[in-house]
Ligand binder design. Structure first.
Ligand SMILES: [Zn+2]
Length: 77
């Protein structure tokens, strides 16, 4: 386990995750919201569009994408 800074709230914590335990439930909510949006098979032109559609901030979106926490994402960058 490492001493890490939470990617969402910036607090320090001990874990193998990117976010602290308070933020893990927020991550799960964002991911399920995101997956339901992505299920609609709308293609987005950018991460910004997806961020606006989902209400999830771009830093978190990029993190979910790079961690492969969301299903296939159809963004035409
Ligand atoms: Zn946190």
């Amino acid at each position: 386990m490492e001493f890490k800074k939470c990617m969402r709230c910036g607090c320090f914590f001990m874990s193998d995750n990117d976010v602290c335990c308070n933020c893990q439930s927020k991550d799960r909510m964002d991911i399920s919201k995101l997956n339901s949006i992505l299920d609609e098979n709308i293609s987005y032109n950018s991460i910004e569009d997806l961020s606006i559609a989902s209400g999830i901030n771009i830093n978190n979106l990029n993190r979910f994408i790079s961690n492969k926490q969301i299903s296939d994402i159809d963004i035409n960058l």
